[in-house]
Design a protein around this ligand. Structure first.
Ligand code: F6P
Length: 354
């Protein structure tokens, strides 16, 4: 069997651990050749690939990013962007030329949607879920999330000591476009006093009231806000628009927006830190390395069993799989009755609602 493997969408800690686990599992079990496709689906068009063997994946379990490179704008079915030309036939030609029997696509909802279309053209696919946002439908967890939460937690710890020294309100803005998992778990871990999520439109007045109440008690306030959070009646805070991207909006800046809304209402100084790509870079945590290794091994089992068109998934503590077609392009948001929200409310964290 000849298996291709690619990483699509944004990078994420743990991608290399998956690449390593798929490669080692297939090579160890014999009779499989593994080829890495470079820069996601773009490599199928630019004909960029390289063989993966024991040596190529040695020592990469702890490395962040992806040794294969990635691309978050290349969809061969609309190259580049909506209205772009369909170059999928060219990609299929290269896959045939390489002699690929199957392709492992490691990525998020966008990558799964593209994988599903290639499967329909006759290229057997196995999906592996990746996103620091933890918002991919069909799996309870994706690797990379734990690493991102660890970064947010450490940042809030650090912001806390400086906030308390100056009696300030500190706003930390996290990633999380449509789902607030990173802000919720990172905020709880870092002891945030206010947590604002895309799923719960917030009232600036409610946030200001919480800050004032803490000011009266002589306390600093830590606000953890997801980039996709928005005040009631306000839209998303968009930093940039990338016209040729399948997902053109680049979010960022809602933390600063909130700072300017809060400042006139408070005595303490309000400052903002945008955590941005620090949440995506660096080494995966031990948890993510283990999860990524389990996912890679599970993908290899699916390949060996000829179970194509399925994405590896975690349900509870069990590795299982779901049809790629079911998850393609779908997100998993924080439900309003989630136990973590109940716990947050229970310990007095403000979610920005009166
Ligand atoms: O989807 C993951 C994510 O980290 C989002 O939270 C964020 O909006 C986006 O990627 C940013 O990606 P990039 O900077 O690569 O465009």
């Amino acid at each position: 069997m000849h298996v291709g493997i690619l990483t699509g969408g944004g990078d994420c800690p743990g991608l290399n651990a998956v690449i390593r686990a798929v490669t080692l599992s297939l090579i160890d079990q014999g009779a499989a050749e593994v080829t890495g496709i470079e820069r996601g689906f773009l490599g199928l068009l630019t004909r960029a690939s390289r063989p993966l063997d024991r040596q190529a994946v040695a020592g990469i379990v702890a490395e962040g990013g992806t040794i294969l490179g990635t691309h978050n704008r290349c969809d061969p079915f609309r190259y580049f962007g909506a209205g772009g030309a369909d170059r999928s036939a060219q990609a299929m030609d290269y896959a045939r030329e390489l002699g690929l029997d199957a392709l492992v696509a490691i990525g998020g909802d966008g990558t799964m949607a593209i994988a599903d279309r290639f499967a329909a053209l006759g290229l057997p696919m196995v999906g592996v879920p990746k996103t620091i946002d933890n918002d991919l439908f069909g799996t309870d967890r994706s690797f990379g999330f734990d690493s991102a939460v660890a970064v947010v937690c450490e940042a809030l710890d650090r912001l806390g000591t400086t906030a308390r020294s100056h009696g300030r309100v500190m706003i930390a803005e996290t990633m999380g476009r449509y789902a607030g998992w990173i802000a919720l778990e990172g905020g709880l871990a870092g002891g945030a006093d206010v947590i604002l999520l895309p799923e719960i439109p917030f009232s600036v007045e409610a946030v200001a009231a919480r800050c004032r109440e803490r000011e009266r008690r002589g306390l600093a306030t830590i606000v953890c806000i997801a980039e996709g959070a928005a005040a009631i009646g306000a839209g998303l805070t968009v930093q940039d628009r990338i016209a040729d991207s399948p997902d053109p909006l680049r979010l960022g800046g809602v933390g600063h927006w909130l700072q300017h809304e809060l400042q006139p209402q408070l005595e303490s100084e309000v400052r903002t830190t945008l955590l941005g790509h620090t949440q995506r870079g660096g080494s995966p945590t031990a948890f993510d390395r283990v999860l990524a290794t389990r996912f890679g091994w599970q993908a290899a089992q699916q390949l060996r069993a000829g179970r194509f068109g399925e994405m590896v998934a975690l349900r509870g503590d069990e590795c299982t799989s779901v049809p790629i077609a079911e998850v393609a392009g779908r997100n998993r948001c924080v439900p309003p009755d989630h136990p973590l929200l109940q716990a947050a409310r229970g310990i007095g964290v403000s979610l920005g609602v009166a």
